[in-house]
Design a protein around this ligand. Sequence first.
Ligand SMILES: [Zn+2]
Length: 99
Amino acid sequence: MKLQKDAGRGDMGAPKRIRYKAMRYVLIGDDMFYRMLEGLLLNCLGPVESNRLLHEVHEGTCGTHQSAHKMKWLIRRSGYYWPTMLEDCFKYYKGCQAC
Ligand SMILES: [Zn+2]
């Protein structure tokens, strides 16, 4: 996910819940990463990229029409993250004609 460099003026004034969540995210250059508890960094994807990845994981070259939970597991294992990934996996899974 790309962020504008001058977008944030710090987290002053943001609700505690948001600030707590923001602590899990790291910016490296223009790319945003999500920090796992083990310190592993996952590449954060925007809506377009995540949709492409859902398609690839579910019915792409290595896709075998996996269940939503398996899809999420595969995506995280590949080093990608976005906040609504499980929800999106379910949506994609339910919307698949072949399944
Ligand atoms: Zn399917």
